[in-house]
Every structure is written in C-alpha cells, then in structure tokens.
Design a protein around this ligand. Structure first.
Ligand SMILES: Cc1ncc(C[n+]2csc(CCOP(=O)(O)OP(=O)(O)O)c2C)c(N)n1
Ligand SMILES: [Mg+2]
Length: 517
C-alpha cells in the first residue's frame, strides 16, 4: 500500500469521505488513490477558494470535516481567504497541501515556498509528514485536531505520498466540548435574577434549535433580551423556532441595540466590538457600566449550558416560537398582493399604516396603475376604485382599503354590486385608527388613557366586514394567512363582479411613514 492509499483509506475510516480539491503534479498519487478507495468522493473545484469555501459550507452543515487537497504554497495561498472565513466559523477542515518530494526541496524549484508559514495564518494545527509509515497516523491527528472546530493543515511531500509502506490508521476519539462549570451557570443565573436590563448574546452552537429554545425560555422567564452575534456560521430560523434578532453590523446601530444595558451574558459569542475602527469612535461596543458574564465560550458545550440555565431560571416556562411564516403581516400582505397581481390592474391604495411595504413589493409586480389618497381626506379608496372600474371595465381593479377609512364610504360596495364591477377589495382590518395612535405620541399629546384610547380603537363592537359586504351584495371572505390571501385574491380576479377579502392584520408601526393625515 502506498502512502496516498493509506491516507485516503484512513480518512474515509474516520468519516472524512469528501475531498474538495484543485490538484497538481505533486498530488497525483492522492488523485490516483480515489480509484483504489472509491468511498472517498473527490469534488473538483476550479479555484482553490472554491474548494476551501465548499469545505467550510460542508462542515457547517454536517458538523464534521471535509478534506481539501491543494497544490503547494500557491494553491494554499489561493485558498486562504475562505480558510480564513472557515476559521472564523470554527468549521473543522482537514487541509491537505501537497509539497515537493523531500529530496527535491534543496533545489528550490519554482513552486517551492514556505507552506507551513502560510498555513499557520489560518490553521490551529500544522504538520508536515515525514514518513510514509506515519502518514495515516498524522492524518488521524489532523482529523482529531480539526474536530475541535479549527483548520488542521497536513503538508504532504510527494514522495511520502507515492512510496510503499503505508499503513491504515484507526480514527482517534473526537474531542468533546468541555462542560460548563456549575459556577458559571450560577454566576449567569445571579445576574439574570437581579431585575436589571440584561441581554443574552448568542453565538456558535447557541444558535441551534436546541440552544435557541433554551435561550427563549430564559428570556421568557427573566425578561432578558436575546440577540445573536452579527455574522453567525449557522443559525436556525423561521416558523417553529424562537425569533432572535442579530446584533447590527453598523456600530451606531449596534450601540442603539445595546443602549441602557446593565448586564451582557455571553453564550458562545464574544463581547461585541465594531467591525472596523473609525476616528473618534469606540471599538468596544459594551456600554460603560455594563457587566459582562461569560456563560459559555467557544470551547464549551453551550447548548447544555443554556439548558441548565433554563432549568434553573425557567422551569416550566415554554420557549416563544415564531408562528408559521405565512401569518399575515404588513410585509407578507404586500408580498401576497404583489405576487398575485394580474397584468394591467388598477390599484387604489388606501391601506394606510398596513401599506408601508406595498411600494417596494409592487415595484416589480406586473404592470399596473396606482391611484392614491391625494388630499388626506380618508374614505376615498372604495369610491375611487368604483369609478375606476366604471371607466376601465376591461382592467381588474384592486382596492387596498384600511378598516377605519372603509367605514366612511362602505356603501360604495353596493354600487359595485349593482354595476357588477370587477373590483377586488382587500379590507385590511387592524381594528384601529392605527395612524392616530402614532400621531398621539408624535404630537406629544401624552400617553393615551383609557378614554382617549377608545377614540382610536375600532373594536367593541368589532364591525362584521364580511357580513356588511354580503349585506351590500358583494361576496366576502376573511383571511388570516398570506397563503389564504393569495388564494382568495386569485379566485376573486378569476370571477367577474366585485369581491371583498377581509384581511386580519396586526397593528404595525411603520418604520418610517412619511405620510400624515
Ligand atoms: C375625512 C377625514 N376624517 C378624519 C381624518 C383623520 N384620520 C386620519 S387617519 C384616520 C384613521 C385611519 O384609520 P384606518 O383607515 O383604519 O388606517 P390605519 O391607521 O389603521 O392604518 C383618521 C380618522 C381624516 N384624515 N379625514
Ligand atoms: Mg385601521
């Protein structure tokens, strides 16, 4: 057995059965070994940065290393940038760099360079193989070293690879992450129990579903806010997983997120620093006077630590999970409207606060004409849509109508029914004069008490919009998810005559509504 065969066979035995590569002459025996060890999947990349970046992505997803095969110093240099990213992701990578045969080195042939020096810039473990007999053992040490979340670079002289005398080596036991000491759990529990403003900053394995669920329980029980590190290597998101915002990239936005903070607890994340330095700006983003407590660092079993802390502080408390992605929000509403819009529609927009996402969503929708509330006198959407449908009977009319505004001129529906106009009304029900709630605050009119709040609230009783619509002769349906809205819109466009779709939406505070009424 030659060295390359022992190397590839041992890698496969240790579970490293994918190798991303861009080989050259000095790696030819490794390439040839792919035929004698077919369990190793060789994946050719046309630039070394593709091979190293692919190994990073592979490791992030399966949690064990892929191998990379690179061609001497220049090949390694081409792969360094994505090895740098892999190092920051704490991805395990077994990085094999072919080198000139031992006896060829003294001639300083053109491709000769200091491979180890290059490798050290990104690797936590570097070794140049000395003998064919030890090659597979060296590889197993590299796999074990990579397993703790680092790049292990094995420099492989061509003669060590091509010579006889190779022997398979068994895998070494993988290092397990350290358990967090009980004192660290207690320290975090104490800090989180004192009632002051706290953020649990999550990074690394804290962003698995298991970590996020435990963190969410802690947050629900203690009131601590959750934030994720700015650039996670891997984070679970979406329906059924707790919603956790990421720390902002721009330092001034991150400072705003961390403002008035008393305690920062780190779970697999580092204390935040700004990405770059700027003249006169602080690099350390931890606010003055804020305590920093490490629950678990990179080498620790952060998922277990979060669960222990959750059991201590939040026994019986469930995590808060994101609803189905299809729940109606101003954004999913806008996306559903844009996705289903027919060609050459006329859109009458009186969606008010629920419509802030419409301009962006409709920008690339099928060609349409937009009619908006020109004079700020609400109750215009339903009548304008009615007149537009009379004017352009061949074009579908979509009326986006907020509930409060609808109630000024709801009897326009009767005219639509009488004239059998092709108007589809999405009646956006947020059960409030939402904009006026905002304006109350913006005009410094003070905190609304119960009596003032009643002037801005459209519940008690809640208008039965589908009944009103049917009573005025327009078939109506009510939806609460984006999928149902999409389906109801498509059905309404397909059938002649007017339709009303009541969309139940949560109150939104638009990020920046320039509109004032
Ligand atoms: C004729 C008229 N009356 C009253 C107002 C004051 N006003 C502005 S917005 C608003 C409520 C809007 O509520 P809604 O249509 O439900 O939209 P939301 O703010 O809830 O998105 C009112 C009463 C107005 N602009 N025009
Ligand atoms: Mg409203």
């Amino acid at each position: 057995m030659i060295g390359a065969q022992a190397l590839v066979g041992s890698l496969v035995g240790a579970g490293v059965d994918v190798c991303f590569m861009n080989p050259g002459t000095s790696e030819m025996h490794f390439v040839a070994a792919l035929d004698s060890v077919p369990q190793m999947r060789g994946v050719l990349a046309l630039f070394e940065g593709v091979a190293t970046g692919a190994a990073d992505g592979y490791a992030r997803m399966v949690g064990r290393p892929a191998a990379v095969l690179l061609h001497l110093g220049p090949g390694l240099a081409n792969g360094l940038a994505n090895l740098h990213n892999a190092r920051r992701a704490r991805s395990p990578v077994v990085n094999i760099v072919g080198a000139h045969a031992t006896g060829h080195v003294r001639y300083d042939a053109p491709l000769q360079s200091d491979i180890e020096a290059l490798a050290r810039t990104v690797s936590g473990w570097v070794h140049t193989c000395g003998t064919t007999r030890d090659l597979a053992q060296d590889a197993m040490r590299a796999v074990a070293a990579a397993g703790s979340g680092q790049i292990a670079t094995l420099v492989l002289p061509a003669d060590v690879s091509w010579s006889d005398g190779g022997a398979l080596a068994p895998p070494r036991p993988a290092a397990r992450p350290e358990s967090v000491h009980g004192d660290q759990i207690s320290a975090a529990a104490d800090v989180l129990s004192d009632g002051a403003a706290a953020i649990l900053l999550l990074g690394g394995k804290a962003l698995t579903e298991r970590g996020l669920r435990a963190a969410s329980r802690i947050s629900a029980a203690t009131g601590a806010r959750l934030l994720a590190e700015t650039f996670p290597a891997r984070m679970e998101r979406g329906a059924g997983v707790p919603v956790v915002d990421r720390l902002a990239y721009l330092a001034e936005q991150a400072e705003a997120q961390l403002t008035a903070l008393d305690h920062l607890i780190l779970a697999g994340a580092r204390a935040p620093v700004s990405f770059f330095a700027y003249p006169g700006q602080r690099s350390d983003l931890v606010p003055a006077g804020c305590s920093v407590t490490v629950l678990a660092d990179d080498d620790h079993d952060v998922e277990a630590a979060l669960e222990l802390l959750a059991d201590r502080l939040a026994a019986g408390t469930a995590p808060v999970l994101a609803g189905a992605a299809t729940s109606l929000t101003a954004i999913s509403l806008a996306n559903a409207i844009a996705a289903s819009l027919p060609e050459h529609a006329i859109v009458a927009d009186e969606a008010n606060t629920s419509g802030f996402a419409l301009p962006a969503a409709l920008a690339c929708a099928p060609r349409h004409t937009l009619l908006t509330l020109t004079g700020g006198s609400i109750g215009q959407g339903l009548p304008v849509a009615t007149g537009a449908a009379v004017a352009a009977p061949d074009r579908p009319v979509l009326c986006l109508e907020a509930d409060g505004s609808a109630l000024y001129t709801i009897q326009a529906l009767w005219t639509q029914a009488r004239e059998q106009l092709n108007v589809t009304t999405v009646l956006i029900n947020n059960a409030a004069y939402a904009i006026l709630r905002m304006e109350l605050a913006r005009t410094a009119a003070g905190e609304p008490g119960q009596r003032a709040s009643r002037m801005l609230d459209l519940s008690d009783p809640t208008p039965g919009f589908t009944q009103i619509s049917k009573g005025l002769g327009v078939p109506a349906t009510c939806v609460t998810t984006a999928e149902d809205l999409d389906e109801a819109l498509r059905r309404a466009y397909a059938e002649p005559g007017p339709h009303l779709i009541e969309a139940i939406v949560p109150l939104v505070v638009p990020p920046s509504s320039g509109t004032a009424w």
